[in-house]
Design a protein around this ligand. Sequence first.
Ligand SMILES: Cc1cc2nc3c(=O)[nH]c(=O)nc-3n(C[C@H](O)[C@H](O)[C@H](O)COP(=O)(O)OP(=O)(O)OC[C@H]3O[C@@H](n4cnc5c(N)ncnc54)[C@H](O)[C@@H]3O)c2cc1C
Length: 398
Amino acid sequence: MDFTLPPEIDDYRRRVRAFVEEHILPLERDPANADEHENLREDVLNTVRARVKAEGLWALQMPKSRGGQGLPVIGMAACYEEMNRSIYGPVCFNCAAPDDGNMMVLEKVATEAQKERWLQPIVDGKVRSSFAMTEPMPGSGSDPSAMLTTATREGDRWIVDGHKWFITGAESARHFILIARTSDDRRRGLSAFLFDADRPGFEIVRRIPIMGPEEHGGHCEVRFDRMEIPDGDRLMEVGDGLKLTQIRLGTARLTHCMRWTGMAKRALEETFDHVRKRESFGSKLADHEGVQWMLGEAAMQVDIGRLLTMRAAARLDAGDFARKEVSMAKVVVSEALHNAIDTAIQLLGARGYSRDTKLEWMYRYARQARLVDGASEVHKMVMSRFLLEEGVDFWSWP
Ligand SMILES: Cc1cc2nc3c(=O)[nH]c(=O)nc-3n(C[C@H](O)[C@H](O)[C@H](O)COP(=O)(O)OP(=O)(O)OC[C@H]3O[C@@H](n4cnc5c(N)ncnc54)[C@H](O)[C@@H]3O)c2cc1C
């Protein structure tokens, strides 16, 4: 078993690391670079993005023919981790959610004409996108079969009516992927569509105030009132909505794990100087066994998460859906992230609770990790189903 990275991927990883160190981390030091939602200001972002393109590090997940770098999922894992050493990193490389997952699913399932119209502008960084699935009670949440938003066929068009929320990026997105109910069939009742932000009948009700810093475009509540979609803007076949969601979420969920591993490492990095230099009760913090256990535990959890992420990445590269591997990584990494940031705040003492470091930003951000793209409990439910179905073969080698 070989745990080394192929040389071409390691070369990308090193270049991403150097870019983040030189061009992105310094931006964190000046609060004027942040917008009112605690993300990178658009004009600053555009300057960095131009530099990323010039360095040949743009859109690592997309094929070279589209202007990307064509990395396999294991390559993305190694590089996304490096990107998220900075809280601003992934969006600078066009590797942030939800564009990242939207681009990958469109590349996999859209027709060539749809790719030109809807995908290419996202890859080029000319527009942003959103994925609209979740609804307020009693609609679709953890269980998509509760979906209430409907798309009803009228000739060669679909008429959409409904209500969704927590749609990331919606305020600044132009291209939307929508999941709506097209029949009452239990397994094939949902379908997927594409639409533009300025389509009549689509309304952003509000940008929902959240606990943490926000992605560009926030997390929005949206309404559909007889919004028309031409049948040509349907993705896949009628009834394939759930299938598309599964195709999207497999890799998209794992990219969260890649980025979160990078953020967890950064949180621990924030402690190094302090624990090495700070004297307490006659010795440095780093020499106290209690501190060593905290750091050792946090470092180990990050590494466990990374191993699970890399295993799932390798399964995805092999063409597998890797459902249980992705679920396992998602649960473990979301907890490792929280634990690493919590540990770092604790070890920095009062300064950890201040805004003099980015730890409090990360702490507020990290709470979403156990909810988005499937709550931890739902992923554990999936794993339990696999266990009971497969018995001891749950742990079999591929
Ligand atoms: C920051 C953020 C960004 C998001 N971005 C998007 C987006 O871009 N597009 C989009 O469509 N959605 C988005 N969401 C929504 C997200 O996908 C949902 O919050 C998630 O699927 C859970 O659905 P829910 O909120 O309706 O919770 P519910 O389904 O009501 O679940 C609530 C809780 O119940 C528990 N639970 C649920 N089912 C089970 C079970 N079977 N067994 C045990 N416990 C269970 C879990 O603890 C869960 O957290 C986002 C959410 C957040 C917080």
